[in-house]
Design a protein around this ligand. Structure first.
Ligand SMILES: NC(=O)c1ccc[n+]([C@@H]2O[C@H](COP(=O)([O-])OP(=O)(O)OC[C@H]3O[C@@H](n4cnc5c(N)ncnc54)[C@H](OP(=O)(O)O)[C@@H]3O)[C@@H](O)[C@H]2O)c1
Length: 301
């Protein structure tokens, strides 16, 4: 039995779908039954409603499970507030899950983490990701961690946030820093394939952090150009120093229910979001999808 946490989310729902297609009868931990109904297959999956920040809800989720695929995180694109707190979910929630897992005799956990996760300033978003990784590595369970670059696919937060920014501001699009920082977009379905290999081939991945990205690397400016082309909206790109971008993100986060960019997302501009171009074929043995090809075929969705 595989338990997927964050199962109604962008990546978790794709992982569940793939497990159902395999006939694996996965269990899905979700915070909302309604959301699960809308986002998950109606059959072949066992849905358990729970919340990693409420340990008393986790017993039913972990009972009888062999491997956990842990995707329940508050990601940088989400603003904090109303059930979305980076520290409570990423650090305390992961800790609660590990305690429940050990009590239930679970042997393995696969974490869907992020590329470039590193020690950072206390209370920062990145620090919560680092602490979650450390807790998993030190848990005593067998573990593996996948660290993907930004993900694309239907409903992808990073690309939809940028598309909203392009659509909502006339004439110009503000750029974080020079716009020369590089990203290596990877398709959410390819991420699901990698995570499932990690979960189902422990002999190849136990005790490993594997960073992955798609087959092409783009600067932030190139990503904006390609999105503008796909949306049919030309804007002048206006570079701004990172502190100014951080200020803008704080203002948008304070005033908008769903800001296109958050202060936590600005932390992702502190390092190159790239790894080896052949990371997926080298570690997982298949060719990942190109974002350019995907965008040409599907547009921004
Ligand atoms: N998307 C990307 O571009 C990207 C890139 C690299 C790495 N990643 C990593 O991939 C993982 C999954 O991200 P995602 O893009 O799928 O994010 P997502 O769509 O926001 O999914 C996260 C899921 O976790 C759930 N969750 C949050 N707090 C929870 C809690 N306390 N208890 C139980 N469930 C909780 C959320 O539930 P609700 O639906 O109820 O909010 C949501 O369904 C994260 O570790 C992320 O950092 C994502």
């Amino acid at each position: 039995m595989i338990l997927v946490t964050g199962a109604a989310g962008f990546a978790g729902s794709r992982i569940i779908q793939r497990l159902v297609e395999q006939g694996a009868q996965p269990r899905a931990l979700v915070r909302s039954a309604e959301q699960a109904k809308a986002r998950l297959p109606q059959e072949g999956v066992e849905v358990v409603v729970g919340d990693t920040t409420r340990p008393e809800t986790l017993g039913a989720a972990v009972a009888g499970v062999e491997t956990i695929i842990h995707c329940a995180f508050i990601t940088a694109d989400r603003k904090e507030g109303r059930g979305a707190h980076y520290y409570q979910t990423n650090v305390e929630g992961t800790h609660n899950l590990l305690v429940a897992a050990k009590k239930a005799g679970i042997k393995r956990i696969v974490e869907l983490g992020g590329l470039g996760t590193q020690r950072s300033t206390p209370t920062s978003y990145m620090e919560t990701r680092y602490e979650a990784d450390q807790a998993i590595k030190e848990s005593g369970l067998a573990w593996s961690i996948l660290g993907p670059s930004i993900q694309f696919g239907k409903g992808a937060a990073f690309f939809n946030g940028l598309a909203d920014l392009i659509r909502s501001v006339p004439l110009i699009t503000p750029v974080v820093g020079s716009g020369n920082l590089r990203f290596q977009p990877i398709w959410v379905e390819d991420v699901a394939t990698c995570v499932l290999k990690m979960a189902q081939e422990p002999e190849n991945y136990d005790g490993k952090v594997v960073e992955v990205g798609g087959p092409e690397i783009y600067t932030y400016n190139e990503i904006l150009d390609m999105l503008m082309l796909a949306l049919g909206r030309h804007r002048f790109k206006l570079p701004g120093p990172k502190p100014l971008a951080a200020l803008g993100a704080r203002v948008m986060t304070a005033t908008l229910p769903k800001p296109p960019i958050t202060p936590a997302a600005i932390e992702l501009f502190n390092f190159e979001n790239t790894t080896a171009l052949d990371s997926v074929s080298y570690h997982f043995g298949f060719q990942p999808m190109s974002w350019r090809d995907y965008l040409q075929k599907n547009g921004v969705e």
